[in-house]
Design a protein around this ligand. Structure first.
Ligand SMILES: Nc1nc2c(ncn2[C@@H]2O[C@H](COP(=O)(O)OP(=O)(O)OP(=O)(O)O)[C@@H](O)[C@H]2O)c(=O)[nH]1
Ligand SMILES: [Mg+2]
Length: 463
């Protein structure tokens, strides 16, 4: 391949001043991303173990990176590992290691070297000079996959914003110092022409996207407020990418959302109503999957989408029981939940794909209250529904209220907001025993009678 953009039908990745805007990724042309590229790039992967990590962790992370690279449409042809006290400020790995990477790249005829950790713009520039080929990091690969998979207006804007924030500081160093490369992961960056003009254009674009996203988030906020008013509980599906979150949503609600054997198939949040066996309605939301070291630019850009997770009453943490490193995946998800501020939301662990891997007893022991299911066969789905109901109920209080006969509106409100267990007509009105969440209890405080919290362990005097 070469710099033959003219007549090749491709858009010149260095010409991002053109006016048309296809999908995002516009700045680099090739708007459809990597999967339909005309060749599969050959990639050497580089992992560095710092003192706070282990060689096994680096290996698991590199296995995941290989999957990400494959999803982005390229092949791993070699792998290099180094232990270091700290990253080299100039080249991330040591000079000797860099030479080793170059030798392996030549021996394997690789096009690109992908580092498992984020490279600074300077490191990236230096490495490209040293290696004579593209030097990318995990973040660039993940951004590229997101770029391919985004389909909604909001999803596209979020990914484009994350890409721009990643690219802006790298504008200078992404000006290629070698010319034999064209196309491929990460090359869809602006070239060296009119650098400052280009930078200003990109900054303007960042502001426009942030503005658009704010408006979209406002809209979402209105919808979510409307949902809050109904006081239906909100449950969010979270988990490692490809664990089966969308499949579980489909199994529970006939949502018909895309479920595919592909990393990051879902980028947009989809919410469906689910009617529980006890009759109450809940909102169930499917959202983007997580991986190790999810780029901060993406987490920030996807903030409004991830708000559904933070605001949820309960998380269903879906785990692929057939994955090679289950615990590593769980830890990666937990770390991301922590990063977005959702680590306090109660969680039910759901071990999925038990049709492939039925032996989950060990994991279930480690995670009390977890459920084993198969979204495909439907096994365990009833137990999952029960577990959701139980957990949600355990978060509500059993209270007693007395409502005068002329306040049918209050009675209706109790029915709407809580779960009514008994209604007894008395002298002063109707005495209702109901389960209410703390918000509803506050709104209905005027009508609380008797002990305002009924201890569940003591059935008297109502049972
Ligand atoms: N055998 C088996 N495969 C499953 C099961 N659940 C999901 N899968 C498959 O696993 C793959 C991923 O499923 P999705 O539902 O798309 O997973 P996801 O967690 O939504 O993935 P992302 O949105 O990409 O993060 C698909 O190929 C599904 O068909 C299951 O219970 N058993
Ligand atoms: Mg999905």
């Amino acid at each position: 391949m070469g710099d033959d953009y003219e007549g090749s039908g491709k858009v010149n990745p260095n010409d991002f001043t053109s006016d048309h805007r296809g999908a995002f990724g516009e700045y680099g042309g090739e708007s459809s991303g990597l999967i339909d590229r005309t060749f599969r790039e050959r990639i050497v992967l580089v992992g560095v173990t710092m003192p706070d990590g282990s060689a096994e962790e680096t290996d698991a992370s590199l296995d995941e990176l290989a999957l990400l690279v494959d999803t982005a449409g390229a092949d791993e042809v070699g792998r290099i590992h180094q232990r270091r006290q700290s990253p080299d400020p100039a080249t991330f790995v040591g000079k000797g290691k860099a030479q080793e990477i170059k030798d392996m790249s030549l021996a394997t005829d690789s096009d690109t070297v992908v580092f498992d950790d984020e490279l600074s713009p300077a490191q990236q520039g230096n490495l490209e000079k040293l290696l004579g080929r593209s030097a990318l990091d995990r973040t660039a690969v993940i951004l590229d996959i997101f770029a391919q998979n985004a389909s909604s207006t909001e999803g596209k804007a979020q990914v484009e914003l994350a890409q721009l924030k990643y690219r802006l500081p790298r504008l200078r160093s992404s000006a290629r110092t070698f010319s034999q490369q064209g196309g491929g992961i990460g090359t869809r960056g602006p070239g060296e022409t009119q650098l400052e003009v280009d930078r200003r254009r990109l900054v303007r674009r960042v502001h426009k996207l942030e503005d658009d996203l704010r408006k979209l988030a406002k809209n979402r906020d209105v919808q979510s407020k409307a949902r809050k008013r109904t006081s239906n509980r909100r449950v969010a599906l979270v988990g490692y990418t490809n664990a089966g979150k969308s499949s579980v949503l489909n199994r529970l609600t006939d949502a018909g959302v895309l479920a595919e054997d592909r990393l990051f198939a879902t980028l947009d949040a989809t919410t469906r109503k689910l009617s529980m066996p006890g009759g109450e309605m809940i909102f169930l939301t499917d959202t983007v999957g997580f991986v190790r070291k999810l780029p901060t630019q993406l987490v920030e850009a996807f903030k409004s989408t991830l708000d559904v997770v933070i605001d949820a009453d309960l998380l269903l943490h879906v785990v692929d029981a057939s994955a090679p490193d289950i615990q590593g995946n769980i830890d990666a998800v937990r770390r991301t939940l922590q990063a977005i501020g959702a680590n306090d939301v109660p969680e039910v662990m759901v071990f999925n794909k038990i049709d492939i891997e039925p032996d989950v007893a060990g994991m279930q022991l480690r995670y009390p209250g977890s459920v084993a299911v198969s979204a495909h066969s439907g096994a365990g789905i009833d137990t999952l529904l029960e577990a959701i109901g139980d957990r949600l109920r355990s978060m509500t209080e059993l209270v007693e209220l007395t409502v005068p006969y002329d306040r049918g509106d209050v009675l209706a409100k109790i029915h709407r907001e809580g779960q009514v267990l008994t209604e007894v007509a008395g002298e002063n009105g109707i005495t209702v025993r109901a389960r209410l969440d703390p918000d509803s209890k506050g709104r209905l405080a005027d009508w609380l009678s008797g002990p305002d919290t009924v201890p569940e362990a003591v059935p008297e005097p109502w049972e």
